[in-house]
Ligand binder design. Structure first.
Ligand code: C2E
Ligand code: CA
Ligand code: CA
Length: 667
């Protein structure tokens, strides 16, 4: 049958020579109707091969040819159409391939595709292998202010890519043309809004004609300028300390790491580790807002002392690190010195002026650590030692510092536990009335029975307790233990006072008087038989506050003794202002009276002044009868020392008393 005859068959059946067709996924029956809106009027059974051929049609309009029988006639049907949805395919059928309807359908599909390219919300540029523009969509026109028809055939590189990017772009895309693989590339493009950053997803396609000229690059891009800026901001934020704007811990660690890696042989990398000395106090006293402002001022002050090229970072809290541009220990010490010098000047925050010194540790790589971690640890250790040796100073790391810090760490984990687990004990050393030889009382001296190390003397751990603040808990335990021991001895008929040692640090907590009163109450000790030995350092920082506390202790019935007298800075004139009961001559004077005439004169005048001021005098550390005789000659009231008895546990002290048969029983 001719095409025309076949047309007539279709026309007779449907009233049109191009009826609509449908095929579903579930059945191989092809349905034909006059229009797509009408119900099917013919159902043609396809072979399964034909049906699957039709189901090959995708979303892009295309065509399939099948031979069928309709009303006894053999027809060659051209099906033009596409997949309509997940289940259905459809389009128009005709008896020959080049009808208007086929052309219309293909045109429709093509113009739709063209429209998609034009309207899609990303920049689409199609170029040939020489970089000549073939297509240029609407968004591309808007961004560049150019019209597609004006630039077809012109070079994409000279038109849009900033000149410094041109050569590599050209080369790169030539390479991709040769390989033919899709790629992504970031490009800075000149647009009407200035230069913008685009991410292009570029894909290489072949046209229908074949041959190497028939290759095109489809470049599609969404503007990522803002996104990139946001990313860069994020990266910067992640490296910055929000309070001071300085580099943060993470950023400085990275810089130190790089400096270590890139150091030439023989070159050193040096860091300073800074920690403010009294920041916690300032923060607690004036509040966080004030503390934050102080940190900012301090960071400016530190920065003003650095050399060009040094980097400053805040690690958090009141800790800073400087990575020095030039890393010899000598240069670092100079920098540290300048910072310490600057910190001597008080900081004015609002109306308040505060002094805040700092301690600085110095370490250089590779000598003090060849890795980031070991270098920072060494500087931190040296900083700790600087703090330990009086603060407001700097120290260069040395390996023996590690031992000290290890000791500190050991105490840090073990002393509190020791206290909780009852490993601490008070030993009692007798104090005698020198004129009568009677035992007046005892000084309570703390000992630590460590399961690990055996008996530990207070010199090994009191300073740690003071620095860590544990002295508060420890001191309270001493008060309670001494008070209950005094109560027991009183109940047993001994007439004994117990003197306890109180650190300056304990007096910074004004609750100390209440704790003392509570200890007496708990022990039911009335009158008070517990006295306090304070050192001169208690009087130095705040004399008025110390005097107030001393008065309160004395009101509770305690005597207050000035311990280690002569070793501190208190002047004899200052002594007159302090409401004391007893002056305790330090052991070091007793030690030197044999050899040194000057020491004898000194002790003589100290005792005279004490007597003038109406203070009683205790001489401690008496080891020989000659020393005792010397003190007797001066009219010293009480003596204490190995000549009479060493510090002993309570039970041993009682045996010692009985042995001497010097105790007086209270009726
Ligand atoms: P301190 O208050 O000067 O105590 C006197 C120290 O001299 C004691 O050392 C004592 O054992 C020792 N000593 C006494 N007589 C003699 C003697 O004749 N010759 C010699 N060579 N030494 C003698 P200890 O017990 O090792 O205490 C050392 C320091 O530890 C004390 O010095 C005191 O400052 C402190 N300490 C002891 N217990 C406590 C406490 O409970 N709290 C506080 N805050 N500090 C304490
Ligand atoms: Ca003492
Ligand atoms: Ca002493």
């Amino acid at each position: 049958m001719s095409d025309q005859q076949q047309d007539q068959v279709l026309h007779a059946r449907f009233g049109t020579s191009s009826p609509c067709w449908r095929l579903s996924a579930g059945s191989d029956t092809l349905e034909l109707a006059a229009t797509s809106a009408q119900a099917a009027c013919v159902a043609l059974a396809l072979t399964s091969e034909q049906a699957s051929q039709v189901r090959q049609l995708s979303g892009v309009t295309s065509h399939v040819v099948i031979d069928v029988q309709l009303d006894g006639a053999s027809l060659r049907l051209h099906l033009v159409g596409k997949k309509l949805d997940r289940e259905r395919w459809g389009g128009t059928a005709s008896a020959h391939g080049d009808t208007e309807s086929v052309a219309r359908a293909l045109l429709h599909g093509l113009s739709f595709a063209e429209q998609v390219v034009s309207e899609v919300n990303s920049v689409v540029v199609i170029v040939d292998r020489h970089g000549r523009i073939q297509r240029f969509n609407r968004l591309a026109e808007e961004l560049t202010g150019l019209k597609e028809e004006d630039i077809i055939g012109r070079s994409v590189w000279t038109l849009f890519v900033p000149s410094d990017g041109e050569a590599p772009s050209n080369q790169a895309s030539a390479g991709f043309f040769n390989r033919g693989e899709p790629y992504e590339i970031e490009r800075r493009i000149r647009t009407v809004h200035g230069e913008r950053l685009f991410l292009f997803r570029n894909k290489f396609v072949r046209g229908g004609g074949g041959g190497s000229e028939d290759q095109f690059l489809i470049c599609s891009g969404t503007d990522i300028t803002e996104q990139r800026l946001a990313q860069e901001r994020l990266i910067e934020q992640a490296a910055t300390d929000p309070l001071t704007g300085l580099a943060n811990r993470h950023a400085i660690q990275e810089r130190i790491q790089i400096a270590i890696e890139q150091a030439a042989p023989g070159e050193t990398v040096g860091i300073l580790f800074l920690d403010l000395d009294n920041f916690k106090k300032v923060n607690d006293h004036y509040g966080h807002v004030f503390g934050d402002r102080l940190i900012c001022d301090v960071s400016d002050a530190i920065r003003s002392c650095l050399n060009p090229g040094d980097s400053l970072a805040r690690l958090g809290g009141d800790e800073f690190i400087v990575l020095a541009a030039k890393g010899t220990a000598h240069q670092l010490e100079n920098t540290a010195q300048r910072i310490l010098e600057r910190m001597r000047v008080p900081f004015a925050v609002g109306l308040v002026e505060v002094y805040t010194g700092c301690s600085i540790g110095i370490a250089c790589s590779p000598e003090h650590g060849d890795s980031l971690e070991s270098l920072i640890r060494s500087a931190d250790t040296a900083m700790y030692v600087a703090k330990d040796e009086g603060k407001r100073t700097h120290r260069v790391f040395s390996p023996d510092m590690n031992r000290r810090v290890a000791e500190f760490m050991w105490l840090d984990t073990n002393l509190r536990r020791g206290l909780d687990e009852g490993q601490l004990a008070l030993y009692y050393q007798p104090k005698l009335n020198l004129a009568t030889g009677t035992v007046q009382g005892a000084e309570a001296l703390v000992r630590w029975n460590s399961p690990e190390r055996g008996l530990i003397m207070p010199v090994e751990f009191i300073r740690y307790a003071e620095e860590s603040g544990l002295i508060g808990v420890l001191g309270r335990w001493v008060m309670e233990t001494a008070a209950s021991q005094a109560a027991r001895w009183k109940a047993a008929g001994y007439n004994l006072r117990i003197a306890i040692n109180v650190s300056a640090r304990q007096l910074t907590d004004t609750a100390v008087v209440r704790h003392f009163a509570e200890a007496l109450q708990h022990a039911n000790l009335d009158p008070c038989l517990v006295d306090l030995e304070l050192t001169e350092s208690c009087l130095i920082e705040n004399e008025a506050a110390a005097i107030e506390l001393i008065k309160q202790f004395r009101r509770l019935g305690a005597q207050v003794h000035l311990d280690d007298f002569g070793t501190g800075y208190s002047s004899l004139s200052q002594l007159g202002r302090i409401p004391l009961d007893v002056i305790k001559l330090d052991r070091s004077f007793v030690r030197s009276i044999h050899a040194d005439m000057k020491a004898q004169a000194l002790v003589r005048s100290m005792v005279a002044v004490a007597q003038e001021l109406d203070f009683q005098v205790v001489a401690e550390g008496i080891e020989t009868e000659a020393e005792e005789a010397f003190m007797k000659g001066l009219g010293v009231d009480y003596v204490q020392g190995f000549l009479y008895g060493k510090p002993m546990p309570a039970a041993e002290f009682e045996r010692w008393l009985l042995d001497r048969r010097k105790l007086r029983l209270i009726a």
